[in-house]
Ligand binder design. Sequence first.
Ligand SMILES: [Zn+2]
Length: 370
Amino acid sequence: MGRTAFLYSDDFLSYDLGGAHPLQQRRLQMVYRLLGAYGVLAPEGPIEWKTPVPATQEEILRVHTPDFVAMVMRAGTGYRGPDLKRYGLSDGDTPAFNSMYEAAALYAGGTVEAARLLLTGNYDYAFNVAGGLHHAHPDHASGFCTFNDLAMGALTLRDGGLQRVVYIDIDAHHGDGVQACFYDDPETMTISLHESGQFLFPGTGFAEEVGNGAAAGTSLNIPYYPYTLDDVWHNAFDAVIPDALARFKPDAVIFQFGADAHWEDPLAHLLITSEGWMRMVDKLFRLTQGLPAIVTGGGGYNIKTVARLWTMVAARCAEIELPDQVPASYAAQYDIHYLHDRETPQVEESVQRDARAYVENQLETLKALI
Ligand SMILES: [Zn+2]
């Protein structure tokens, strides 16, 4: 059985970008409570609930520039001057808020702690449900993300001797911040499957972006056309990623399981079903079996979908089969009745043809460069 730690605290809800903001962190509490309702958290169940500690300033400064970190601190204590803009902290996406530094340090600390738990050798999977903030760049916040917990997690794994880390991101958006952190680093591979930057934020993540110099071939991107369905999503992955993983021979893995590729997500346009999405999670776990794995969340703006998918991820880490029907008291409170979808998205054949052609074209470019 997979030994699994699940990092959660109600304090994660302090990363609060506002009541009308698409990022609603009560989704994290919904995951925690659904796992509790199923009785799979210790002491009743096999998943060990751990509370995170904030990342230290030293840990944050390993990834981020001193002036950016100082500006997040000032923003968190009420500063609202015009130079916030330079650090990505003044737009509607990632607005400054009080205690922003502490809130961002806490979610980032969850991923650092997940790495430390894996390094003890006592866990196969450590799931920081608040992690996965993949748009944060070394010198600026972006796309709802302040600190890049994923890069901090990778460096912590490396401290413990897990030198070759592969980062795999299935969020609907390109994992641009993590890619930027490791674009010149041949020992860290970043893989991102996402809706093409031609159609969606952040506008990057094309097949041509394969890494610099000695790191060429260790940044892999598969951009998809809007309205892509399960089979096209999987087939493009199968065409390049398993071979790339086998060649890279990682010592550890970091997953970013943003839930916004799901068809009910309001911010993106991929049409992945819960079945197709979990089939990908399962495939990734089988491909990386035996490697210590940090699991994180990420995007996900239909909070009921997030609660369903990430609960299933935690159960899959511990190799537990959950009944599809959600426990009654939870279902009544949150109006979530089944883990899996009850409906399937439909797309015209001509659009499906376009989706296939688009990704095949990107794959040709990618295969020629790696
Ligand atoms: Zn996303």
